[in-house]
Design a protein around this ligand. Structure first.
Ligand code: COS
Length: 382
């Protein structure tokens, strides 16, 4: 079995690694400290094709596939988790529009997302009282003449304040006739549309350079052409998009964990206690060994899911398996990295502290670990 990347995948991975190491990494601590949305860095990613890795070339994307995207995501996350999540959501939005959009919608939005003309895209599914259970959402879209009027609230929206276009889910069906997930549709809403209010940026534990806001829709009018996919068929679009998004977050977690491991190795070789580097103590060696094993296992699960996606096979269960394992393993790895760094792991002079804060959210967003286990268990029991 040959697991090595092909020529295109290697090219995308190398371009991402080079840009991440040269341009993003030196800025990562400041992006976190200053809660700076990395606009210029994102533009640079777009110029390299990394904001639309798996979007067809004719729509402005790199057309490089899901595996190349997964590899690129790891490289960017290794440098800066905040930049990586912004990249992840923008790629996901571009893929959703490319897959479910009309020609008109694709031509209108995909090139702007891919080229960086839009700083980012946003994915507005969650609500204050509908997180793991998006089928219980309350935002409505009511037909009004030849358009739709949206009312309601969204919560935890990555890049909400900077997005040129957002994919927004709203209830269009009658709650009694089409209960739960069945009466939900999907709309493309442009940033700055009247009636769309952007909430204050959340003060987060980690990924502080990414923008997370609530959105309020108050009589927000969009044209008929804003409907994405089938009327009342939006829930499945969300689920399919999230299947792919979960591979992206697996790779974000893997990238963060890889940085934590590499820094731990360097620190352990340098730091001396009891007259020898702490890397010579078995207590450190076993931690490093476990970190490497978990990192590789996470990588293999994520690559399998990406490969299945790229080859048009079912990958929902595998994406959830990758996400639950990679994100939980990455949390363990980053925690061990702080332990290896000792007191220095607890202060901001070393990146280990940032990695632990950044990685924490990966078991929560794009479906909690608990939701991934629901998806996996349903598949195992089916
Ligand atoms: N691909 C395609 N269709 C899917 C699907 C997938 N991965 N998952 C579910 N569906 C379809 C189902 O087949 C079903 O279709 P029918 O109505 O034709 O039977 C429909 O969607 C509803 O599915 P289901 O009954 O499984 O929905 P549930 O309400 O039970 O929800 C979970 C299932 C919990 C898995 C789902 O709500 C979920 O993923 N929640 C987490 C949401 C999330 O990740 N939020 C983060 C937002 S981004 S930060």
């Amino acid at each position: 079995m040959d697991l090595s990347p092909n020529e295109t995948q290697t090219m995308v991975q190398s371009a991402a690694r080079d840009y991440a190491t040269r341009v993003i990494l030196p800025e990562a601590a400041a992006i976190d400290r200053e809660e700076r949305f990395p606009r210029a860095i994102l533009k640079g990613l777009a110029e390299l094709g990394l904001m639309a890795v798996n979007v067809p070339e004719e729509l402005g994307g790199a057309g490089a596939g899901a595996v190349a995207y997964a590899l690129a995501m790891q490289e960017v996350a290794r440098a800066c988790a905040s930049t990586a999540v912004t990249m992840a959501v923008t790629n996901m939005v571009g893929e959703v529009i490319a897959k479910f959009g009309t020609d008109e919608q694709r031509k209108k939005y995909n090139p702007k997302l891919a080229s960086g003309q839009y700083a980012a895209g946003a994915f507005a599914l969650s609500e204050p009282e509908a997180g793991s259970d998006p089928g219980s959402m309350r935002t409505t879209a009511k037909k009004d003449g030849d358009g739709w009027v949206l009312d309601g609230q969204k919560q935890w929206i990555t890049s909400g304040a900077h997005a040129g276009v957002m994919v927004v889910w709203a209830r269009t069906g009658d709650r009694n006739e089409l209960p739960g997930t069945r009466g939900i549709s999907c709309f493309l809403v442009e940033g700055g549309t009247p009636g769309l209010k952007i909430g204050k940026a959340e003060d987060k534990m980690g990924i502080r350079g990414s923008n997370t806001v609530g959105l309020t829709f108050e009589g927000c009018r969009v044209p008929a052409s804003a409907l994405l996919g089938e009327l009342n068929g939006g829930f499945k679009i969300a689920m399919m998009a999230l299947d792919g998004g979960r591979i992206g977050i697996s790779c974000q977690a893997i990238g963060i964990a890889r940085a934590a491991l590499e820094e731990s190795v360097a620190y352990a070789k340098d730091r001396k206690q009891f007259d020898k580097p702490i890397s010579e103590f078995q207590a450190t060696q076993w931690k490093l060994a476990d970190m490497q094993v978990e990192l590789d296992a996470a990588h293999l699960l994520a690559m399998r899911a990406a490969w299945l996606k790229e080859n048009g096979r079912l990958f929902s269960r595998e994406a959830s398996m990758a996400k639950v394992f990679a994100t939980e393993a990455a949390n363990r790895i980053c925690n061990k990295a702080v332990q290896i760094h000792g007191g220095y792991g607890y202060i901001r002079e070393f990146a280990a502290e940032r990695h632990l804060r950044d990685v924490r959210v990966t078991t929560i967003y794009e479906g909690t670990s608990e939701v991934q286990r629901i998806v996996i268990a349903r598949s195992v029991l089916s």
